[in-house]
Design a protein around this ligand. Structure first.
Ligand code: DGY
Length: 421
């Protein structure tokens, strides 16, 4: 059997190992519950060989949707002490024990791809999910949108937990009064690959703030101590609305509300442009400053349907410095740390979304190189959570669901003759 076939089988095996029946965990030990965007990628992975299981994943995710429309970032379907913080720290207010924040809304876009793989089976499923996804997007536009920008109330909401994008906004928080806690993540993974204690104190302090107001979205919108506009969140929501719009047209639904969101998000995107670094950047809405970050999030503009050629210069400069896909942070920055989570490593999911965008705007050579590098990271080093972008060494957790899903849904076929650099 060829190496390629072996890796395909291994990728399927990872999804099956992490499969809890109706939902998939990212990886045992480090992340033993259902995570929001991990689950959407898991569904996309399952769809490559088991379409009904893919839809089941999304159905389970939305069974945790709150009354106000939010879909939480962690759903605690069962008890597991190997992870901190658990449901009693969060005290989410939804139908299933959960966290109190959300995560990047990749669901609409991946659900559309799953539906396209089998429209017969998908027709009924997508009809059931459409109003739920619409309600979630409405929640974003109502509670996480200000001055044209999509913002986050917690670094975990972005999914890019310790990105340098949040450094100055977090530094402005004094975590006095944070209750004593014991981290579990550093028992599973080398602490050098995880966020620092200073970051964690603030993560937990922000959780306490949300819990104290009982996750009142209106209160948090006005008073949260952390409000940063995130290019990845903004671009992912814009793209998700474009896809939801197409689904809506197919279902003969009224899409005028979605049209107005797309227009607002398109207009707002220009405010994320930081002219002083010629890049899309995160913007702190409380302290009114840009983060000064060129990150993998900055390159999500193409995925959002904005063919902004200005980002290609940075893209080419950064890709010349690496061999295993787009690093999560500019390797020429002092803040770059090639092993530490979202401060440097390459992530297969980000590579795939950036790759989709590049393909769609016709940058086929660049898309194909990014795919080839992701393929190489996985074939040489397995299904790691993330990879050192320079030498490809695996980092973070292993047997990771979304890396396996990206392999099955995108990286396994190299396409094009551009190969590696
Ligand atoms: C963690 O615990 O590291 C997660 O990223 C939070 O979602």
């Amino acid at each position: 059997m060829s190496l390629q076939n072996n890796i395909n089988l291994d990728a399927k095996k990872i999804l099956l190992i992490n499969d809890k029946g109706n939902y998939t965990i990212p990886t045992d030990g480090l992340y033993p519950f259902q995570w929001n965007w991990d689950s959407a990628f898991a569904a996309y992975g399952f769809a490559q060989f088991d379409i009904p299981r893919a839809w089941k994943e999304l159905e389970t995710l939305f069974s945790a949707q709150w009354n106000n429309g939010m879909v939480p970032h962690i759903i605690y379907h069962q008890i597991d002490d190997s992870y901190f913080p658990g449901p009693n720290i969060w005290k989410g207010i939804g139908p299933i024990p959960s966290s109190g924040i959300t995560q990047p809304p990749v669901v609409a876009s991946l659900m559309k791809k799953i539906w396209e793989l089998d429209t017969n089976y998908g027709n009924e499923q997508i009809r059931l999910l459409f109003p739920k996804v619409l309600k979630w997007h409405r929640w974003f536009m109502q509670w996480r949108f200000q001055e044209g920008l999509v913002f986050i109330n917690h670094p975990w909401e972005a999914g890019r937990d310790n990105a340098p994008d949040w450094d100055s906004a977090l530094a402005a928080i004094n975590p006095a009064g944070v209750a004593p806690y014991k981290r579990r993540d550093t028992e599973h993974v080398n602490p050098l690959m995880r966020p620092t204690k200073s970051d964690y104190d603030r993560y937990i302090w922000l959780v306490q703030q949300g819990r104290e107001c009982k996750w009142n979205a209106d209160w948090l919108r006005k008073n949260s101590s952390f409000k940063v506009a995130d290019p990845a969140m903004h671009f992912i929501l814009l793209r998700a609305n474009r896809d939801l719009r197409l689904i809506g047209i197919n279902l003969e639904e009224d899409i005028s509300e979605i049209d107005s969101w797309i227009a607002s998000l398109e207009k707002g995107a220009s405010k994320l442009w930081n002219a002083s670094i010629s890049s899309y950047d995160s913007f702190d809405l409380l302290n009114f400053n840009f983060a000064g970050s060129i990150s993998s999030a900055s390159f999500m503009c193409w995925y959002a349907g904005l063919y902004d050629k200005r980002m290609l210069t940075h893209y080419d400069r950064i890709m010349k410095k690496v061999k295993y896909g787009m690093p999560s942070y500019d390797p020429e920055s002092k803040r770059f740390d090639r092993k530490r989570y979202w401060r440097g490593p390459s992530w297969a999911i980000m590579n795939m979304l950036i790759g989709f965008g590049l393909e769609e705007v016709g940058e086929l050579k660049r898309a194909s190189l990014l795919k080839a590098q992701t393929n190489r990271a996985i074939s040489e080093n397995g299904f790691a959570e993330y990879f050192d972008p320079i030498d490809g060494s695996p980092a973070g957790g292993n047997t990771f669901t979304w890396t396996a899903a990206v392999w099955l849904g995108w990286a396994k076929t190299m396409g094009g003759a551009n190969g590696f650099n």
